[in-house]
Structures are given as structure tokens and as C-alpha cells.
Design a protein around this ligand. Structure first.
Ligand SMILES: [Fe+2]
Length: 320
């Protein structure tokens, strides 16, 4: 494998999903999936305030993170389709499959057993309609949330894979292999799997190829995945990746954006899905609240031209 700045990308960092009602989204992740609220803040872009809610493990480690924009108050609905990340899968221990099937059903969710790439999946949907899966992964070394409603030995370990829906596999092959440091490692029916770095859960990018599927929306619209973020080691590597991608022709790379807890660049990939390469700040989620208070209070992003009281008045309080 040639060494390019694409190879600086190690694994997933977070996935970001546009959902509907904030309290419903919060309860789904913290009470049903048992994830920790790692940070409650507001979206850094746009004129209308939107919560940005982060869920993950005890410390909010990279690749444990699911983040959401609950946008019911904006009225913007997403449209599922190609050119978009179709579903996110989260890693659980194989011994936890039965527990999770029953847990989700007891909370009223429809669960379907599936198999992809020889792995066992439980497919279900977020209340806003976003497709989620739990997938059985043996020996995932990542630390789960240890103080939630789900026993730690059965708990989600982090993101396993994303599945990008696209119409033509060749559109992404060059980007993945030359640009993003991916290695094609498997195919299964109309699915193709790439891995990053050393591979394993938390490094996979799957593609679901369907030439007939109409394009989905890119807007921050309820019921759709917005983008996937990947961890890159440091700012020098991030700058090299941006220059490299632009140099080989992928000129649609954003400037570095300070997201409060990490710095990110974004690129609209040839598949249509948006990828982000992000460097965590040295103090990460602990920059504005101590470890033992993570995710309890709403942290107002400094770029937002309103007080915390105004923000809460507009978006409503979130009940734990
Ligand atoms: Fe992001």
C-alpha cells in the first residue's frame, strides 16, 4: 500500500445524524441504547439554533461517538436515497445479541436479524427513521459506557461500520484507495467493504451499490445521516491531507473548522456522502466541564450569539 496522506486516517471518530425531537433522541440513545451523554451543545453552523448532542462511552473516546442534530423545530425533513450514508452499525459482543434483540423489542422497536459480510446484525430504526444496526463483534477492545442502564459486558463498544448508499461502485474506488487510505477487503452481494488503517471494528466503510436508487438529500434533514467523521492524528497531517486531496483533484475540501472539541475538514466524496477528517483537541470534551460532569449541562458554543437561557428557551430543556 502506497503511503499517502490518506493513510493518516486511522479509524472512525464520530457519526452525525439529523433526527427529530430532541428529548426523544436523547432518551433513545441514553435510555434504550444506554450510551452516555458526553456533551450537550449547539450546532456551530447556521442561523437557527440546533442542539448538537454527543453520545458515547465514559470519556467520549474517538469511535465511540454518535452525535445528533435534532431538527424537529426547523421542520426540515431529510429524504433517504443514494449519495448518502444509509445506516450506521454499532459493535456489541456476540454474547449480547439475544439481550439486545429482547431489549429493543421490549422498548417497542421492530428488530430484524440479518447477516452481512458473515457478521450477525440486528437492524432497527431510530424513532426518527434513521437505520441503525447492532453487529456482533468478537474481541472488540474498546471500552464501553460502564455506568449506564446496560451492563458493561453487554454494552455497545462504538461504531462498527457505516454503509454508504451509492449508484456506481467505481465512483468511489479511486477516492477510497488513492484519497482516503482505504483498502478493499470484502464484498457481499451488492455490498463492498473497505477498511482503514489496521482494520477491525470502527474502521469499516461499507458501500451498498444500487444503480436504480434515487439520490437522497444532503440537507440537515430529519431522518437521515448527515456525515461521517474520521480520526486523523494531528493538525500537520490534516493540513497535508487537505492539500493532497485538492492536489489530486478533489478540490471540494473545506477549510479547517474549529468545532470546540476538535478541528475538522470536510469533503463531499464522489459517492455523494460527506466525510470529515478530525483532530481532537488536547483537552477534548474536558475543555468546558470536568470528567465527572461530562454531558450533564448544556454547553453553549462560543460562536452562538445568544445566552444559554435564550438557547434553552428556544430549544427546550432536556430531561435526564
Ligand atoms: Fe462531524
Amino acid at each position: 500500500m502506497a503511503t499517502t496522506p490518506g493513510n493518516f486516517i486511522a479509524r472512525h471518530h464520530h457519526i452525525t445524524i439529523a433526527t427529530g425531537d430532541a428529548q426523544q433522541c436523547y432518551d433513545f440513545h441514553t435510555k434504550v441504547l444506554g450510551m452516555k451523554s458526553v456533551k450537550k451543545t449547539a450546532f456551530y453552523d447556521g442561523a437557527v439554533p440546533i442542539y448538537h448532542l454527543y453520545y458515547g462511552n465514559d470519556n467520549g473516546d474517538e469511535s465511540s461517538l454518535v452525535t445528533t442534530f435534532p431538527v424537529a423545530h426547523t421542520g426540515v425533513k431529510g429524504r433517504k436515497g443514494s449519495g448518502q450514508i444509509g445506516y450506521v452499525s454499532l459493535s456489541i459482543p456476540p454474547a449480547a445479541l439475544d439481550y439486545w434483540r429482547e431489549r429493543l423489542r421490549s422498548h417497542g422497536f421492530t428488530v430484524r436479524d440479518n447477516e452481512r459480510f458473515g457478521e450477525q446484525y440486528l437492524d432497527f430504526q431510530h424513532p426518527s427513521g434513521v437505520d441503525y444496526s447492532l453487529v456482533a463483534v468478537a474481541d472488540d477492545p474498546r471500552t464501553p459506557h460502564t455506568k449506564g442502564p446496560v451492563p458493561a459486558e453487554l454494552m455497545i463498544r462504538g461504531t462498527h461500520s457505516i454503509a454508504v448508499s451509492m449508484r456506481d461502485a467505481e465512483m468511489m474506488e479511486e477516492f477510497m484507495q488513492v484519497g482516503w487510505g482505504g483498502t478493499r477487503v470484502a464484498s457481499d452481494r451488492h455490498y463492498i467493504r473497505y477498511q482503514l488503517g489496521h482494520g477491525g471494528s470502527g474502521t469499516y466503510i461499507d458501500f451498498e451499490v444500487d444503480a436504480a436508487r434515487k439520490p437522497g438529500s444532503w440537507i440537515v434533514g430529519e431522518g437521515t445521516v448527515h456525515h461521517m467523521a474520521f480520526q486523523i492524528g494531528n493538525h500537520a497531517e490534516q493540513n497535508q491531507l487537505k492539500a493532497y486531496l485538492e492536489g489530486i483533484g478533489y478540490t471540494d475540501v473545506s477549510d479547517v473548522k474549529d468545532r470546540g472539541y476538535f478541528d475538522s475538514i470536510y469533503v463531499r466524496t464522489p459517492s455523494g456522502a460527506m466525510f470529515e477528517a478530525t483532530v481532537t483537541h488536547s483537552d477534548g470534551f474536558m475543555c468546558d466541564e470536568p470528567r465527572e460532569r461530562l454531558g450533564l449541562e448544556v454547553m453553549v458554543s462560543p460562536n452562538l450569539a445568544m445566552s444559554k437561557g435564550e438557547l434553552l428557551a428556544q430549544l427546550g430543556y432536556l430531561k435526564d
